[in-house]
Each structure stands twice: as C-alpha cells, then as structure tokens.
Design a protein around this ligand. Structure first.
Ligand code: DER
Length: 235
C-alpha cells in the first residue's frame, strides 16, 4: 500500500464518525483532503444530510465549495461536533505536531472548538517525542521584525540545539505567507525539548508569536493506517 492509500484508509475510517446534522471541522493537508472528498461523496449519495463544514484553511474552503459541502465559520458555530484533520507527528500521549502545511492557526482555532477531534495519519507520523524527528516545529509569527522573533525563539531552546528558520517559498525565496497574512518560523531541534507544556507556554509568551504547531491534549481519537491494518487510539 502506498502512503497515500494508507492516508485514504485512515480518512475514510474517520468519516464513519460523521452523522447527519453535524457541524464539522474540515482539516487541511493531503490526508484531510481524502476525508473532505469522502464527506462530499456521501452528501452527494444522500447518505449524509444537513452537514455544515467549518474549513481550517482557504485551500480546504475551496475544496469543500467544489464538492458542494455547505460551509460556515466559527462566528456562526462556536461549538463544533467533530473535526477530522491530519498531523505531522503523533506521540504516545496523542500530542501532535501540525502546521507543516502552514494552516496551524485556523486548525487550532477550529479544533479547539470541537467536542471530538479525530486525527488521521499513516503510521509514518508516529514518534516517541514531538520535535525529535528533526523535522520542522512550525510557529506562526507576525511579519513585523521577524528576525527579532526568530532569534528569541532560537534562544528559548538553545539547550535543545534549536535552529530557527523563516519558511520561504522554495522557487523564489520569498517568505511564506499564511492565510492570516503572517509568517512561519520553523524550529529544528537536535535534542528533545522536554516538557511540552512548558515549551508551549514559553513560545506563546513571546510578543510577536501568534501560535505554534504543538497541539497538546487536543486529539480525542487518532486513527492510524499501517501496512498491518488500521488501529484507533482514544484519549
Ligand atoms: O499542516 C497541517 O497541519 C496538516 O494537517 C499536516 O499536519 C498533515 O498534513 P498531511 O496530511 O499532508 O501529512
């Protein structure tokens, strides 16, 4: 099975939690895309009715519009029944790293407003410690004096051998700009950051930081598709 087939299996499994009449948080990324496609398909087949989608990015908004999924927003629906979204990393306590697609702020706002947050991943996303895989830990910051903020983020995690890099578009080197017109600093750690809650608080205390990609104690269920089948872990 390819990685994308595993993502699709996890996504379809998560959509089994969707019931007619629900207000749904619609995730962003290549795994969540399969879930949104599936919801659109079931609506078209009449197997689901009266669904309202709350998209977590402009990209997902456009996908949902093309599928005819009725949409709304958090202003109209401050409490959401269920969100389905992917993740970049999942630790054994169901803590997540998200945001490598750049949508972490709207994802965290929507998924923080959900009664149930189902995360869908292929097995390659499972890690022992968040940020330990040497991959990016995204932080959304305001563009104003971004070098100043990047430097302070890097210093925060000096002991973990942190390197802070401004995310740029690969083709022209221009800064990546989020749906919210902010920049993203990707943090790369050489060693484990240790206490995640303390790391989260320290990052959020920096003026200039908008939000980070650690989703701690937010997932209620994680669906993992692997070569040997699908497993589900509940909080
Ligand atoms: O950027 C994001 O938050 C995405 O949800 C990411 O975490 C998962 O993207 P993927 O499903 O394309 O791997």
């Amino acid at each position: 099975l390819t990685q994308d087939e595993l993502k699709k299996i996890a996504a379809y499994k998560a959509v089994e939690f969707v019931e007619s009449g629900m207000v749904l948080g619609l995730g962003t990324g290549s795994t969540a895309k399969h879930a949104v496609d599936r919801i659109g398909e079931l609506l078209r087949q009449g197997k689901l009715e009266n669904i309202i989608g709350i998209p977590t990015s402009k990209m997902t908004h456009e996908q949902a519009v093309s599928l005819g999924i009725p949409l709304s927003d958090l202003d109209s629906h401050p409490i959401i029944d269920l969100a389905i979204d992917g993740a970049d990393e999942v630790d054994p306590y169901l803590n997540l790293v998200k945001g490598r697609g750049g949508s972490l702020l709207r994802e965290k706002m929507v998924e923080g407003a959900c009664k149930k947050f189902v995360v869908i991943v292929d097995e390659s996303k499972l890690v022992k410690h968040l940020g330990g895989s040497g991959l990016a830990m995204p932080v959304e910051i305001v563009p104003f004096c971004w070098k100043f903020t990047a430097q302070r983020l890097q210093l925060l995690f000096e002991d973990a051998g942190c390197v802070a890099k401004l995310r740029t578009y690969s083709e022209n080197g221009e800064p990546f700009v989020t749906d919210n017109k902010n920049y993203i600093i990707d943090l790369y750690f050489k060693k484990d950051v240790g206490d995640l809650r303390a790391a989260s608080d320290a990052i959020l205390r920096l003026a200039g930081v908008v939000e980070h990609g650690m989703f701690l104690d937010m997932a209620t269920t994680v669906i993992i598709a692997g070569e040997l089948g699908v497993t589900m872990k509940n909080k």
